[in-house]
Design a protein around this ligand. Structure first.
Ligand code: NOJ
Length: 549
């Protein structure tokens, strides 16, 4: 059980909202979202009685970019892409966000730059360039690159540069050359970027692809294995998850020491034995939070969730704190993923309950709070090279990046021009205005969940305690905290199946009491009231939260 300590960091009790800048709000009619647009919508997020009441926004990349990877290919780390606005707009956004109590988290891409970044242009200009070793260059043989490494977005991770006759490494697109983090000059330059944004007042960084930050530079071939897609036909033993990545993150943690409230949350797609949790280091010397995407990739099955939740919760060392995430800009939205063979709305409501009751910081991906579905896009609508490459075999990323639907005016109030991606088909029924009017909407549920979470110490600070002995189709756990004077506990019960369940918890279930008060159900028809562990029922795909008294 958790004991309450003095003043935990802000992210322990925060709700983070991810904004995909392309798609949140356009202000100038070019069909692309921008910073003035985001500023105009901040009240939706916090500060009025109708607001969602989140605590931080994470902005996907805003930097100048040729947009081969929609901003994850950066040309200049200390500026704003003109599609989104200017540095002055950014400063205004930070000030307006802070005024409302919203923290600002920047996306930071450390592993690679754009091939249009001046560093790479200089590096590729000659073998003798003073920036040659800012990137990885190596000789292959006449027809073979230096190693068999595959790029995450398909093809070889090496591209031969005609001009100098050597290969450069790119773990993603050829337009995204990998930086050489063994070079102290690279580290100095990037930590300078970190300071640049901290001085401008940002409150944290979401760090992209951190487990790629080191490579085995003797370039051994990765071992092969059987798989459908080329990237998975090898074990990524030498191109990811190397000791260098940990060294770099430890140095970064030291570099932000003078900015004590800075949150570092990392994205690590690791399948190494330690998993993503390895990037907490000891718990106090690498990252504060590390995404664990296993739940996000999981089918909607209670036994799988039960196992993964426990594993990932227990993997976080003391001093670290887990982020909880079901959707982001790289995946089909979870309402579609989890909803496949059931009722997507009921499942998304149950998933929302889970998002706000697990131990950790909930990350909400814009539109998820409305129950926004994946866009149904045609081949000609697609913009993302990765989505295009695997279309129609894989759904890809564009369907989850469609514009935010605000109301029923033309283009859902997102733009007066032509949206860069079509709106999701359900925007006339699923939009902010509709969600605010309907007390049974997904938006109303998210607002209630956020309110309940913030008012409950068990939910913000309590330990995660699974409850065994219930039906296999149901996930049962409680969160518990000991304050100076008393214990607080919140029980969560989620029925993953499509039929109703009647449950009596075994007396061995480690509950402080066997009765309580039903605080919230994901079924809008169910009324609050008394609850007993001896006998209670859950409707199909229903979730409920009970305050144990
Ligand atoms: C992870 C980001 O979330 C994704 O959008 C991007 O394409 C890759 N990293 C490469 O930067």
């Amino acid at each position: 059980m958790s004991l309450i300590h003095a003043a935990p960091p802000w992210w322990h009790s925060a709700v983070v909202y991810q904004i995909y800048p392309w798609s949140f709000q356009d202000s100038n009619g070019d069909g692309i979202g921008d910073l003035p647009g985001i500023i105009s919508r901040l009240d939706y997020l916090k500060g009025t009685p109708d607001s969602l009441d989140i605590d931080a926004i994470w902005l996907s990349p805003l930097y100048p970019s040729p947009m081969h990877d929609f901003g994850y290919d950066v040309m200049d780390y200390c500026a704003i892409d003109s599609r989104f606005g200017t540095l002055e707009d950014f400063d205004r956004l930070t000030a307006e966000a802070h005024r409302r109590g919203i923290r600002v988290v920047m996306d930071l891409v450390l592993n690679h730059t754009s091939d249009q970044h001046p560093w790479f242009i200089e590096s590729r200009s000659s073998r003798r360039s003073e920036k040659r070793d800012w990137y990885y260059w190596a000789d292959g043989t006449a027809h073979h690159p230096p190693s068999n490494w595959a790029a995450r977005f398909g093809g070889s991770a090496w591209t031969k540069d005609k001009h100098t006759g050597q290969y450069y490494l790119h773990s993603f697109l050829p337009e995204q050359p990998d930086l050489n983090w063994t070079n102290p000059a690279v580290r100095d330059a990037m930590f300078g970027v970190v300071r640049f944004w901290l001085e401008r007042g940002v409150d944290g960084f979401r760090l992209d692809a951190i487990n790629w930050l080191g490579k085995d530079t003797s370039w051994p071939d990765n071992p092969r294995r059987l798989a459908w897609r080329s990237y998975y036909r090898q074990v990524h033993r030498y191109d990811r998850d190397q000791p260098q990545a940990h060294e770099t993150l430890r140095a970064l943690r030291v570099a932000v020491k003078n900015y004590p409230d800075t949150m570092l949350v990392g994205e690590a797609s690791s399948d190494t034995p330690g998993g993503p949790a390895a990037f907490y280091g000891s718990g106090t010397n690498e990252l504060h939070e590390v995404f664990d995407f296993r739940l996000l990739r999981s089918p909607w099955q209670a036994d799988v969730f039960r196992r993964l939740i426990l594993e990932s919760d227990r993997a976080v060392p003391g001093g670290g704190w887990p982020p909880i995430v079901f959707s982001n800009h790289d995946q089909s939205r979870h309402i579609d993923r989890y909803g496949k063979d059931g009722d997507p709305v009921r499942r998304a409501r149950a998933a929302a309950l889970l998002l706000f009751t697990l131990r950790g910081t909930p990350f909400v991906y814009y539109g998820e709070e409305l129950g926004l579905r994946d866009g149904r896009l045609r081949r000609s609508d697609l913009r993302d090279p990765y989505t295009i490459r695997y279309w129609p075999w894989k759904k890809g990323r564009d369907p989850a990046r469609t514009p935010m639907p605000w109301d029923t005016s033309p283009h859902a109030g997102f733009t007066t021009g032509t949206p860069w991606l079509p709106l999701s088909a359900d925007w006339r029924r699923t939009n902010v205005v509709q969600g605010q009017r309907d007390t049974g909407s997904m938006l109303s549920l998210y607002k209630r969940l956020i309110r309940v979470k913030k008012g409950s110490r068990a939910l913000t600070a309590g330990s995660y305690e699974p409850i065994d002995g219930g039906p296999n189709d149901c996930l049962l756990f409680h969160r518990r905290v000991q304050t100076d004077t008393h214990q607080e506990a919140m029980l969560v019960a989620i029925n993953f199946s499509t039929h109703a369940q009647t449950i009596s918890l075994p007396t061995s279930a480690s509950l402080p009491q066997r009765s309580g008060r039903l605080v919230l159900s994901t079924d809008p028809q169910r009324s609050e009231g008394r609850w007993s562990a001896d006998r209670f029922s859950l409707g199909p795909e229903e979730g409920m939260m009970v305050e144990i008294e």
